[in-house]
Write a protein that binds this ligand. Structure first.
Ligand code: IPE
Ligand code: IPE
Ligand code: MG
Length: 246
């Protein structure tokens, strides 16, 4: 039986976050340059985004480019930036067709101007869509985000707009780039690496983690459904006892 048929419609995660990893290794395995892996990875983004929209997931956050990825060889960074620009132009009609709203988290000001413009245009065009919220983490790292939040909070206190004793979880969450989103219910990482790589450190506090050896370019809708089914079999206790949950 396919995993899709095993999904319980009343327990769909509201927010799924994915560390899309393994593009380079996938390409290398075929004897190709790393960029072929990134190109194939875009196909997977298309497939998984459509699958998530169809399932009724509210938020899909994809880690596309980390702060640390700026340290890759210039040729790869440049090629990735052009791939982003091409993809956003090509995929906007798909987003419209599937009622998907695009947003980004991360330091967008570090992206080349044409990429920033393409993203702004796409966010504008899709802003009234009411289906899946597709969130691309670009030039993102959780420590960058936490530092930024700390600076904003400190500055609000300095101005007298906030009291030190009023700083609580809600206030901190409101200063994260994910302010209007629920925390991820499920985090998926492909390619067999067992680490978080500076992704959503604050927000993942109680997320269910799912790791698969599948490389991102070969990750299919069925593999995605498998992760959802696995998630639905877990008991989320949030520190309570099993008896309290049932
Ligand atoms: C993930 O694939 C995509 C990005 C980080 C941009 P990688 O490029 O990290 O592929 P591997 O991990 O080297 O195989
Ligand atoms: C994490 O993958 C970042 C993205 C998927 C965008 P990396 O390939 O950059 O992470 P490390 O270096 O293996 O931790
Ligand atoms: Mg990698």
């Amino acid at each position: 039986m396919s995993y899709k048929n095993q999904i319980q419609q009343d327990r769909i995660p509201r927010h799924v976050a994915i560390i899309m990893d393994g593009n380079g290794r996938w390409a290398k395995r075929q004897g190709l340059a790393r960029m072929f892996g990134h190109r194939q990875g875009v196909e997977t983004v298309h497939t998984i985004t459509e699958a998530a929209a169809e399932l009724g997931i509210e938020y899909l956050t994809l880690y596309a480019f980390s702060t640390e990825n700026w340290n890759r060889p210039k040729e790869e960074v440049d090629a990735l930036m052009s791939l982003l620009v091409d993809t956003i132009a090509k995929e906007t009609p798909t987003l419209m067709k599937n009622n998907i709203r695009l947003s980004t988290i991360g330091d967008l000001s570090r992206l080349p101007n044409n990429a920033q413009q393409k993203f702004r245009a796409c966010m504008q065009e899709t802003s009234a869509n009411t289906g899946l919220n597709l969130v691309l983490a670009l030039s993102y790292s959780a420590r960058w985000e936490i530092i930024r939040a700390a600076q904003e909070i400190a500055s609000a206190i300095q101005k007298g707009d906030l009291l030190v004793e009023d700083v609580n979880e809600e206030v901190v969450s409101a200063h994260m780039t994910t302010a209007h989103m629920p925390d991820p219910d499920l985090l998926i990482r492909t390619s067999g690496e067992l680490r978080i790589s500076n992704f959503l450190l604050w927000q993942l506090a109680y997320s269910e983690l799912y790791f698969t050896d599948c490389l991102w370019p070969e990750f299919t809708a069925e593999e995605f459904y498998r992760a959802i089914v696995d998630y639905q079999r877990r008991e989320r206790r949030f520190g309570k006892t099993s008896e309290q949950i049932r």
